[in-house]
Each structure stands twice: as C-alpha cells, then as structure tokens.
Ligand binder design. Structure first.
Ligand code: SIN
Length: 483
C-alpha cells in the first residue's frame, strides 16, 4: 500500500488503548505534490478524545511504577524499529507532507534520536538532598512524572514533533495522548504501530485522529485527568489553548511561532553564511518555526552576499519530494501559497525588489519558486510576519547595536542566527539577542541534547535535553523531621 514495503505501517484508525479504532465518518489525507487522495482516516471527535484520555489515565499508574531502565528498554526497541523502517516512514512522510525524501528520512532519524536520548536520560532523573536549617530535619527533593500528558502537533514535522514530546513524556513515566494535524496523521499512526510492536503497554501512547481540532483540543486542554498539555503550532492558536488549560491549571509547554533574524556581519565567512542560510531557510520549503525569516546583511557585503546567495538558490530543484533530485517540495496548501504570494506582493509595493523567483511554479499545484528579495526594510510584511515559505528577504544594516535592536523588534523570540568571526562581537550579539536559541556561524541547530524552545510570544518550556525532561516531571519536597 502506498508503495511501502511494510503495508501494516499504513493505518487509518485512531490508536486508543492499544486498539485501532475506526469511526463512521472519515476524512481524506492528500498528497500536496499532486492533490491525490492517499487514504481515508477515521474522523473522531469529543467522544474519541475522551476515550483516549481515559485509556492514558488508566495506564498511568503501572507505567509510572516501572523503573526508568524498564521504560528505556521498551523505548530503545521503539527507536530501533523506527530506524529499521526509516525508508517506509520517510516515504509515508513525503507522501502526506511533501518534503523531499532525503529530508523525510532525516526527519525519521531526527525524531527517533529523541526517543533514544530521552530513554537514556530518564535513568539520570536525580533528586536532591538540601542542608536543612535545623539539625532535626532533612530536606529531600524527589522527581515524579506529572501524569497524563496531551499534545497537539503540527503538519510540518509529522514525526519529529510527536517523537520529542512523546519520548520525554514516556521516559519520565507519563502516559500520552496526541492529536496529529489532520493534514498528516499517517506518520503518527505508523509511529503508534511501531510502539505497539515494541511492546509499549496499551494506553501508554494514544493517537486520536480527527478533523474537528476545536472539539478534540477542548477535551485535551480541559479534561481534569490531563495534567500537562503541550503544543507546537501558531502563537494565535497557542494563546487560545493556554487559556483553555487555565480552568484546570495544567502545566503547559508551548512551541509557537518565530520570526528568526539571520545576521551576516562584514567580518563573516560569506560562503559559510550562504551555506548556513540555505540549510536554515529552505529546510521543508521554509515551513519551519526556526527557519531564517529576516536576513540582515552588513552593507559592506550586501552586494557580494546577495550574488553568492542568488547563485546558490539557482541550484535548488523544486518538485515532487519522491523524485530523486528534488530539494524543495510543495507548500502544504493553497492558503499557504496565497499567503506567501501576498507577503511578496505587499512588500514589493513598498519598495522591495525580486531578484530570484517571486511566483509559484505553475497555477495548478502548490510549488513556490525559491525567492530572493532585496531592498527590504524591517517594517515590510515579509519581515514583520512569519513567511513559512521559500522566501529570503535581504535587509541592509551598518551598525552592530542597530541590527541587534532590529532583530529584537518583534513579539517573537524562538531562534536567531548570526555569522561573525570577531570573538568579542560573538559574545555581545549572542547575549543581546532576545531569543531562546542562537546559531552562531551555524544554520542547523536542532538536536535532542539541546534545549529547543523560545521566549516572548514564541512560547515556554523546552524540548530535548535535561531541561526538556524536567517539563514532564514534578519536583516534590519531603521534609523529614524527628531525626
Ligand atoms: C519546527 O519548526 O517546529 C521544528 C523545527 C526543528 O525541530 O528543528
């Protein structure tokens, strides 16, 4: 089915309490490269979501009671199965999401790496013994899983965004319910199939598929049995979900929108900066929260940089992700394509100039030509809004403090990047940027050992690293008296 070697990886029902659950209604999952329907998937709503939460609640005590080592053994098996099926999982991901096959296979390895990493790290969830203020007492801190965790995940990384939430949750001893994006449920369901094969007990991992995100989201954010809610998606939706979590005072972690500055100083290695920009900007056709959104280039190197960049962009190959040499796939929807087109036209009407691309590849499909814009200013729509498409707006600057101020002049604070070889400047700029993550002479910053997350309206909490595990643990203080 769908050209996969292991046909059982194509699942179409929600995965609740270890069972595949169909529904009376279904919805189509389509291939963004050509609009074809891939399969029909179960369309669950409130009732399905409640069943999934009940299953996770029921499974919690036994899962939390396992030792970290026992949980790690099962998670390690899950990781190995994901890597054994990397080709099939990558193909499924490309079919439903559109990114080039090499990137999709990379995402499977990236997602799986969180499962491997957190399984190991959970063995190192240490408590604390704190010197007490009086001799007859002991102050001890232990860490315990928060309980049932629910999650809503996006279409841009259908595997990795689930893996890094589920892995931290399961490793900490929590049980998990996820609602994947309706555009890309197949990767989530394939992950659940492999979790089942790995022996992860029924109810520990649940996947609820459905079109009615509002109804499912309401259960996942308001049900009192859920103790933590985690979301990756837009800031606008994140704010609503945070407010829904308030009624039961859930722990929340949010990975929301970004507007990443990418700064090229005049002492930078320009070839390295072009390479880093391509890696950051064109990953997933520019549809990532961390991708460079505003490119600030010192005026002394503006012309040289824009020429090198345009030459590199001309080498990119746009097309169906399943084709061998494709480096840029389609956008996810016609709304996404129209938004990108609108941001370009509005900015051009304010004085920006297109020096590469600027248009969709054709009228029928969702491919947008990689685009470079010059003479952009920080107040134009391509700079003030998150583009989520393959567009590079170049903004000139001439002073270090000026560019830090421009970079910080946004409500967002997820990722920032800069290129410089001056060690003093590296520290000043790294400390001056109001962002959760900063790439210094590096365009690819994500990995499981590092704390991924933002400040300001880009969210709260961290994913990956020991900080990411802490988000799934409560710390409990034990005061022992009568010593
Ligand atoms: C995202 O854009 O949402 C995630 C990107 C990453 O994990 O690198």
């Amino acid at each position: 089915m769908l050209g996969l070697n292991d046909k059982e990886l194509v699942r179409t029902g929600s995965f609740i309490n270890g069972q595949w659950c169909d529904s009376e209604e279904s919805f189509a999952v389509t291939n963004p490269a050509n609009g074809d329907t891939l399969v029909l998937v179960a369309n669950h709503g409130t009732e399905g979501a409640e069943k999934a939460v009940a299953a996770a609640h029921q499974a919690f005590k036994a899962w939390a009671a396992k030792s970290a080592g026992e949980r790690a053994t099962l998670m390690r098996k899950w990781y190995e199965l994901m890597m054994q099926h990397q080709d099939d999982l990558g193909r499924l991901l490309t079919l439903e999401q559109g990114k080039p096959l090499a990137e999709a296979r990379g995402e499977i390895a990236y997602g799986a790496s969180y499962i491997e990493w957190f399984a190991e790290e959970a063995k190192r969830v240490y408590g604390d013994v704190i010197p007490a203020p009086s001799a007859d007492k002991k102050v001890v801190v232990i860490k315990q899983p928060v309980g049932v965790v629910s999650a809503v995940t996006p279409w841009n990384f259908p595997n990795a965004m689930i893996a890094r939430k589920a892995a931290a949750a399961l490793a900490a001893g929590c049980t998990f319910v996820v609602k994947p994006a309706a555009e890309t449920p197949l990767s989530a369901l394939a992950m659940a199939e492999l979790a089942k094969r790995a022996g992860i007990p029924d109810g520990v991992l649940n996947v609820i598929t459905g079109k009615d995100s509002k109804a499912i989201g309401k259960v996942l954010t308001e049900d009192p049995r859920v103790r933590k809610f985690t979301f990756t998606g837009s800031t606008q939706v994140g704010k609503l979900l945070i407010s829904q979590c308030a009624s039961t005072v859930k722990k929340v972690s949010m990975e929301l929108g970004g507007n990443a500055p990418f700064i090229v100083f005049d002492d930078a290695d320009l070839d390295a900066a072009v390479k880093g920009l391509l890696a950051s900007k064109f990953r997933n056709a520019g549809q990532t929260c961390v991708c460079a959104n505003r490119i600030f280039v010192h005026q002394n190197v503006y012309k040289a940089f824009s020429e090198k960049l345009t030459a590199a962009v001309a080498e990119l190959k746009i097309g169906d992700g399943l084709e061998q040499d494709t480096t840029i796939g389609p956008l996810i929807s016609s709304d996404a394509l129209n938004k990108v087109q609108g941001l370009i036209s509005d900015s051009v009407s304010m004085g920006a100039r297109v020096i590469a691309g600027g248009e969709p590849l054709n009228k029928e499909l969702l491919f947008f030509n990689p685009t470079v814009l010059i003479d952009v200013t920080n107040d134009m729509p391509v700079a003030s809004e998150e583009i989520f498409g393959p567009v590079v707006p170049l903004i000139a600057f001439d002073d270090e403090q000026q560019v830090i101020d421009m970079a910080n002049d946004t409500d967002f604070g997820l990722a920032a990047y800069f290129y410089s070889r001056d060690v003093g400047r590296v520290w000043r700029v790294a400390e001056g940027l109001e962002y959760g993550m900063v790439g210094i002479n590096e365009g690819a910053i994500s990995n499981p050992a590092a704390p991924f997350g933002g400040v300001k309206q880009s969210g709260n909490g961290r994913e990956g690293s020991r900080y990411g595990l802490d988000d799934y643990l409560e710390c409990k203080y034990l005061c022992m008296g009568g010593i």
